[in-house]
Design a protein around this ligand. Structure first.
Ligand SMILES: [Zn+2]
Length: 304
């Protein structure tokens, strides 16, 4: 009986093949994948190239990633040079005309996002990897709204017959996001103006949206490892300004943050930009933001 059903299913799939074909979408990072999943639902198949715990600036460009890009109908990139160190090389080797820049299959998530910290003069000599502005814009939920719309428009261009479904999913996601944003803002409201230290400058947009000042970093420049001299300055500033929270992404050196925390009576908070990097955030962008707002507010409340 089971075999019979299987054969019927296989026949049906063969007959209806093209109509059932899912859009094969590859995103660079898991945050983009989680938003694409909200829009595409079961009409797309989805792979993220970077792992949730991987540094998005320095992804291991394994040959298996080339194969994924080779078979994809579309690639979603964060842009603002976030993937500049690894994606162009992978795309070159994948030789997939569907993903060429300027085609509907090359989706730039950052389109229309108001990027911050765009340098007035381009100077990479000191190792700053945020050469086109700060690329960690998805930590502001309002930017997630823009990204969701960009992805929806791109899916409509690639798969017009499912456009109504993509638009309905977009509305559902943005409605949920709007409701949550009000909740998150209320939760962080009591801490408005408080200063927070971050290891890497990936929390600027989060801080700006929720009224926190996140402008002291353990790295002297984005992508440049901390030096004893720089850390001594940060410790001094933390004591002066009474800063008691340090944010660390999973791919950075937590021990350095712990050393600084021990000298400043601070709490180290594990944060992540990517769903699944921290237990309990696997379900997507909104659960990840829930975790971030809760853990940051808890740390700020504990050290008043
Ligand atoms: Zn960065």
């Amino acid at each position: 009986m089971k075999t019979k059903i299987l054969i019927s299913l296989l026949l049906l799939t063969a007959l209806c093949g093209p109509a059932w074909a899912k859009l094969n979408v590859v995103s660079t990072t898991p945050d983009l994948a989680s938003i694409a999943a909200e829009i595409g639902g079961d009409r797309i198949s989805l792979t993220a190239l970077a792992k949730p715990t991987e540094d998005p600036h320095f992804v291991d460009a394994k040959p298996s990633l080339i194969l994924k890009l080779n078979r994809a109908d579309a690639v979603i990139e964060g842009g603002a040079e976030l993937e500049t160190g690894w994606l162009p090389r992978l795309l070159d080797q994948a030789r997939n005309a569907k993903l060429a820049a300027g085609t509907p299959g090359h989706i730039s998530a950052a389109r229309g996002v108001p990027l911050k910290e765009i340098p007035t003069s381009l100077d990479r000599s000191q190792g700053d990897i945020h050469a086109a502005g700060n690329p960690h814009y998805l930590m502001d939920p309002l930017n997630a709204r823009i990204v969701a719309r960009n992805i929806c428009e791109a899916f409509c261009a690639l798969d017009a017959k499912s456009c109504d479904a993509y638009r309905a999913n977009l509305k559902q996601f943005t409605d949920a996001l709007d409701a949550k944003l009000a909740e998150w803002q209320k939760k962080l409201e009591p801490f408005k103006g408080r200063e927070v230290v971050a290891y890497h400058n990936s929390w600027l947009y989060f801080g700006d949206r929720f009224g926190l000042k996140i402008d002291l970093f353990l790295e002297p420049k984005p992508g440049v490892p901390p030096t004893p001299r720089h850390l001594a300055g940060i410790i001094l500033k933390m004591k002066e300004d009474k800063v008691h929270v340090i944010l660390v992404d999973p791919y950075l050196d937590r021990r350095t943050a712990e050393t600084v925390a021990a000298k400043t009576d601070a709490t180290v908070v594990d944060v992540a930009q990517f769903p699944g990097a921290i237990k309990g955030t696997e379900a997507g962008y909104i659960p990840l933001m829930d975790y971030l707002v809760n853990s940051v507010s808890k740390a700020l409340a504990g050290n008043k």
